[in-house]
Design a protein around this ligand. Sequence first.
Ligand code: FAD
Ligand code: MG
Length: 597
Amino acid sequence: MSNTINAGVAAVKVLEEWGVKHIYGIPGGSINSFMDALLHEKDEITYIQVRHEEVGAMAASMHAKFTGHIGVAFGSAGPGGTHLLNGLYDAREDHVPVLAIVGQFATTGMNMDTFQEMNENPIYADVAVYNRTVTTAEQLPHIIDEAIRQAYAKNGVAVVQLPVDLGTKEIPSQAFYSAANAYRKLPRPSLHFADIESAVEILENSEKTVIYAGIGARGAGDDIVALARKIKAPVAVTGIAYDVFDSDFEGLLGSANRVAIKPANDAFPNADTVLFVGNNYPFAEVTNVFENVKNFIQIDLNPANLGKRHHNDVTILGDAGDAIREITRQISEKAETPWWRANLLNIQNWRDYVTKLETKTAGNLQLYQVYHQINQHAAADAIFSIDVGDVTQTSVRHLHLNPKQMWRTSNLFATMGIGIPGAITAKLDFPNRQVWNLAGDGGFNMVMQDLATQVQYNLPIINLVFSNQQFGFIKDEQEDTNSGYFGVEFAGVEFAKIADAMGAKGYTLTRLADAKTVFEHALADVANGLTVLIDAKISTDRPIPVESLILDDKIHTAADIAAFRKRYEAEDLVPFADFLKAEGIEPEYKATDLGGF
Ligand code: FAD
Ligand code: MG
């Protein structure tokens, strides 16, 4: 047995020990020793050649969101590395582990302003929890191992700069080092029972409670539903936490603000108590969402987030499921309450509204009917990679999600273009599951070159582009805040032709009457292993702004209400105040403050 090992190969073997299966990137002179190591190890780890490093880094970040495991991407010195940054910031903002390996000129030319050579550490200093340049070949495997441990421990981005010559060197076999077998997650903290008792006391004495779940409640959906039904408290979610629950749970209020639905925006101003579970809602302080709330109870695992978004009356450090189950065990059951009934009716009224839009059979093709087709064809465990823009909002309104499915996007950094890379990694990670990329034409335009990557790796993904020749989400903001539209409309693209030219199967859907057939053909193609794209040429109708509803005659004129109802096809939408009054509850009238938008 040889008592030396190639340093680059040793680095790749560390990745293998940590269970890394795919690595995304583009070669370059400054990263070629690493490419040689990947060639050597190609049976153990699969290199995915993307068409832009940004897509590689976003795929790595989305891999971490879909699987919980570290994602790995690389780029060459200078531009190859800086192209990674959007994906790396996405991982940083969503607190998921990603490792980036960035090329560097050989040590012989470092610090001498040679080609593509610069001091790279400052570039990544802000995005990374760990950021080092390798200086000897012997260090290389150790630094990769350290980077992975740090990324996992700190839920963030680790960046390793690798001078190209060091990857070519032979090092003693003993220098290979991996701590993968020592990896452990921190145990869940044990609950502090006095806090649970305080929470139970408040919840028993509150009449209008909302349980407000974030993605920290993943896996605890059934437990929360059991508590909700026991204490008659409807459940709101953050915009990214819909798949924690079955979409047909009768008490699901949905999310608040703009990526939102009416029932949640209605409920908060009228609630007296909020049970904030695994939730770090970033609009809390900058909007008036909790203005009328008297009791605030928080359950969170991360001490740094306790009390962060609102003053807590009760603080429970712990796992969402553990705490919810314990509260449910201790709390007494409430009989049906006016609050529960009013919210259930409001939720049902909203559901009737969206169903009516989705199932229209006449008129222009709107996004709603496209979602109807998606719901008809989505597998019970489908994976949705969601781009940023109107599609973020409309997908949570119209997809019938459940906890066996996965819905993931760029949550807080909110970078456009995340749909394609997310779908690539989802299909590689879960080859037997149905994978959708849902994108607007704005987001798709930014990364569409990587449709070629889906084809190159034979990934049967359904790419759905909602084409309306505009940045719809921003256009709607401009309608509300600006003197006119500017920079939000653009020339259309025949995406189906691009798909065909790249070797995928493209469909253009323009007429509502064709929707069913187009989806049937597209889904058949996917079943036959093809990459598919459906370019749905939808109307430019604005989705209803649930943050500024004009429905209530106590606040708005009859003419304004009529115009609003007509524009948003909302003839049957009932003001929440009506449901509350019918139950004997005096409604709070208050405009939503969008907090700077
Ligand atoms: P995170 O911010 O990830 O917080 C999760 C919390 O759970 C953390 O505090 C964590 O410590 C805790 N936690 C983790 N595990 C556990 C556990 N086991 N037990 C207990 N606690 C745990 N969202 C909206 O709600 N409304 C909007 O209008 C909205 N607009 C958006 C617009 C766009 C274009 C995009 C892309 C996103 C938008 N979002 C919106 C999403 C928003 O940016 C935030 O990402 C989201 O609200 C944060 O959700 P979260 O608090 O569930 O997740
Ligand atoms: Mg658009």
